[in-house]
Design a protein around this ligand. Structure first.
Ligand code: CTP
Ligand code: MG
Length: 333
C-alpha cells in the first residue's frame, strides 16, 4: 500500500487559506450577539441573587471558551454553597425562580447525568442551560480560552474542525462520536506537537482554582506568550491538512493517549487504559486536562471508531487532492 503517512502536503495548499478564513469569519458570533449574551447573564444573575445572595453565575462552554459559533446556546453554571439542599432541590427551586422572572420554555432535567434547567429568554431570544456547582467545567473553559489567545491560528483551526465535525455528523456523543470539547482538545494537542502552542499546565503556575478540595493550577499570563509559535509559519489551511493527516495516518490508536496536560502523548499502559472496563473501551484516547481519569473518547464504540477514522481519512484525502477542499470538506454526510 502506498505509504500515505510520510507523503508531503500538496504544493498549492496555502492558496486555500483565504477561503477557509472566510468560512471561519462567517461562523464567529457578531458583537450584537455577544452583547445579548451579556445582557441575559446580567438579567439571570440579578434574578437568582435576590433569592441566593451568595451564589454566583458563571458562563462556561463555547460562549466563554472563545470557540463558540453564532447562534449557539449559552451554558451557565450556578455556584452555590447550600448544604441543606440537594442538587435536584436546587434545580427545582431554580426553575421556580426563573418562572417568576418571566423566562420561558423552562424545563428542569433532574435525572440527566448533569442535572440542568433549560430556558429561553423572550427579550433576547437566546436559550440557555444552567447546571449547578460544576466548577471544573468553568476552569477547563478558562484553560481553552487562554490557549486560544496565544496564537491567532488556534481559533480558525478549531472552528473549522468543529464545523467539519458538525457537517459530517461526527459531533454526536450519544451516537458514539466526539464532543466539541474533545475536538478542541485534539486541536490544542496537535498545535502543541507543532510547537505552535506551549503546555500551560507544564509551566510555573500563575493561576490556581480549588474545586472540591482539589487544587488545579496552570500558567495563565498568556499575553507574555504571544509570539510563542511565530517561528512556525504554517498557514491555517496547511494546519488543517496536517490535523487531518495526523488523525488519519499518524496517531497510534493502539498505544497512545493524547494529553494536553503534559503536552505530549502518553502510553495507554501508563494510564491502564489498555482493557475495556465497563463501557470504557479506550478506542481513541483523549485525556481530560483536569479529570485525568476521564477519557473523552470513552463515548466511542467499536462501530463509531471506524466512522470517525473513515471521516478523518476522507478529510485528509480532500485536503490533499480536492480542487475545492473548502467546499467538499463540509459537504453534508
Ligand atoms: N465539558 C466537560 N467535559 C466533557 C464535555 C464538556 O467538562 N466531557 C464542559 C466543558 O467545559 C465544555 C462545555 O462542557 O467547554 C461544553 O461542552 P461542549 O458542548 O462539548 O462544547 P461547546 O464548546 O459548548 O461546543 P458547541 O459549540 O458544540 O456547543
Ligand atoms: Mg455547548
Amino acid at each position: 500500500r502506498y505509504d500515505r503517512r510520510n507523503r508531503p502536503c500538496r504544493y498549492d495548499i496555502d492558496l486555500f487559506t483565504p477561503r477557509f478564513m472566510s468560512i471561519f469569519e462567517s461562523l464567529v458570533p457578531s458583537d450584537e450577539e455577544i452583547s445579548k449574551q451579556k445582557q441575559l447573564l446580567t438579567t439571570l444573575s440579578r434574578l437568582i441573587n435576590k433569592e441566593w445572595p451568595n451564589s454566583k453565575l458563571y458562563v462556561y462552554g463555547s460562549c466563554a471558551n472563545s470557540f463558540g459559533f453564532s447562534n449557539s446556546d449559552i451554558d451557565l453554571c450556578l455556584s452555590i454553597d447550600n448544604t441543606e439542599m440537594s442538587k435536584v432541590d436546587i434545580i427545582l427551586k431554580l426553575a421556580d425562580i426563573l418562572h417568576a422572572g418571566n423566562l420561558q420554555n423552562i424545563q428542569a432535567l433532574t435525572r440527566a447525568r448533569v442535572p440542568i434547567v433549560k430556558l429561553m429568554d423572550p427579550n433576547t431570544g437566546l436559550s440557555c442551560d444552567i447546571c449547578v456547582n460544576n466548577l471544573l467545567a468553568v476552569v477547563n473553559t478558562k484553560l481553552l480560552r487562554d490557549y486560544s489567545q496565544i496564537d491567532k491560528r488556534v481559533r480558525p483551526l478549531a472552528f473549522l474542525v468543529k464545523h467539519w465535525a458538525k457537517s459530517r455528523c461526527v459531533n454526536e456523543t450519544y451516537q458514539g462520536t466526539l464532543s466539541s470539547y474533545a475536538y478542541v482538545i485534539m486541536c490544542i494537542h496537535f498545535l502543541q506537537s507543532q510547537r505552535i502552542l506551549p503546555c500551560l499546565q507544564g509551566m510555573e503556575p500563575t493561576y490556581y482554582a480549588t474545586v472540591d478540595n482539589n487544587v488545579y493550577a496552570f500558567f495563565d499570563q498568556v499575553d507574555k506568550l504571544s509570539g510563542f509559535g511565530a517561528q512556525r509559519k504554517d498557514t491555517v489551511s496547511r494546519l488543517l491538512w496536517a490535523f487531518f493527516h495526523y488523525w488519519a495516518y499518524k496517531h497510534n490508536y493502539t498505544k497512545d493517549v493524547i494529553s494536553i496536560r503534559t503536552g505530549r502523548t502518553i502510553s495507554k499502559n501508563m494510564k491502564d487504559w489498555t482493557r475495556r472496563v465497563g463501557n470504557d473501551r479506550h478506542l481513541i484516547c483523549i485525556e481530560d486536562p483536569f479529570e485525568t481519569s476521564h477519557d473523552l473518547g470513552r463515548v466511542v464504540d467499536s462501530r463509531s471508531i471506524w466512522t470517525l477514522r473513515e471521516e478523518f481519512e476522507r478529510a485528509a484525502e480532500i485536503m490533499q487532492y480536492d480542487p475545492i477542499p473548502n467546499v467538499t470538506l463540509f459537504e453534508p454526510h
